[in-house]
Write a protein that binds this ligand. Sequence first.
Ligand SMILES: NC(=O)c1ccc[n+]([C@@H]2O[C@H](COP(=O)([O-])OP(=O)(O)OC[C@H]3O[C@@H](n4cnc5c(N)ncnc54)[C@H](O)[C@@H]3O)[C@@H](O)[C@H]2O)c1
Length: 375
Amino acid sequence: MERHNDIEIIEDGKVISRIVKGAHLDGIFPLLAPYGKIFVVHDSSVSPIAEKVSSYLEESFPAKFGGIVSIEATEKSKNIDTVLDICSFLLENKADRNSLVLGIGGGITTDMTGFAASVYKRGVHFAFIPTTLLSQVDAAIGGKTGVNFLHFKNMLGVIRQPDFTFLCPEPLETLSERDFVSGSAEMLKTFILDNGPEDNWYGQACSVLEKIHSHKDGISTYSKELLPLIFAAASVKAGVVSRDQFEKGERRLLNLGHTFAHAIEHLASNATEGKGITHGEAVAMGIVLAAELSSSLGISEAELPERLKEDFEKVGLPYECPFTLEAMKDAMSIDKKAEGNIIHFILPEKIGHALIKDLTVEEAIDLISKHTFDI
Ligand SMILES: NC(=O)c1ccc[n+]([C@@H]2O[C@H](COP(=O)([O-])OP(=O)(O)OC[C@H]3O[C@@H](n4cnc5c(N)ncnc54)[C@H](O)[C@@H]3O)[C@@H](O)[C@H]2O)c1
């Protein structure tokens, strides 16, 4: 079926994954037609959404409904045992190579569902309905799947693309405010990397996210404004993934703020102070540190760090790293992305453009402290 409004992820000239948008959940139903049985794997927090999809299948196409299973979506349960539970469910219910495994939930659920479907019978079809802002603009796009292992985050996994990811603002209506704001960081990160053809996605996103944050009158009020921005962020990521699926170069840009964020998350998990920092909050803090580094090197406009802080504050994102630069230096030295002593730092140049600069951890931290000292 030709689908003109979808975003496509292309490999060697072939479409390997699609991103489809819909104002409502029922937009997914036509996408399920080509498959044999459909197996729903969902986060227990989004049972009503999963049950809506399952009931439709049971009523309209009873022969297609393979079964439904819920999982707990926490970083602790994001492990190989949960993936094995999903595989057991698929095996017990006789999922085969024509089946589709549909993951419904945030990034934890889509990462684990994608991984289970990639190893079960050496790989079956899978697709996602991401239900957090973070997973809609980031985690459910690009094919990175996996689980945590022995205290290392996302240590086991594969890169394999979902057949499709269905983007719909409806599931976001039940998301907690903190989880929504956390996802805002990944959306803004994407537009700091690519501000769109008319240079305005970042500004539009700040304005809509600020309205949602300050008015508190529910996401549904802003769905019409939010969906095109979610789709735009997804299209930026899909474009990068099409050009560099296996992160040899350009895909690294998507890690803007993440080297710092991983260190902040690591320190927050060991500390009493700063405990409970979400991934998106850590990313916001990390983007500001990256901007300070960039400004210190004379790469970014001097005002960029302050502008980002103001924008993040308006949308409810914390931006001040609660740990000392010394503690950050130690934590970053064990970052898994460090190759030798060098880290690929992603430095924003201006809104809409960033570049990769290789530096040692010591060089980066010294430059940031110089920036902090200078202002
Ligand atoms: N594969 C990738 O490329 C990629 C990229 C970024 C992040 N990730 C991974 O994604 C995970 C974080 O994703 P996330 O922030 O979506 O987290 P998540 O899946 O933990 O969801 C956040 C919280 O929201 C709840 N929730 C989800 N949808 C809801 C809804 N609609 N209503 C109410 N509650 C809901 C969940 O139960 C959870 O408590 C991390 O494990 C990270 O490693 C993967």
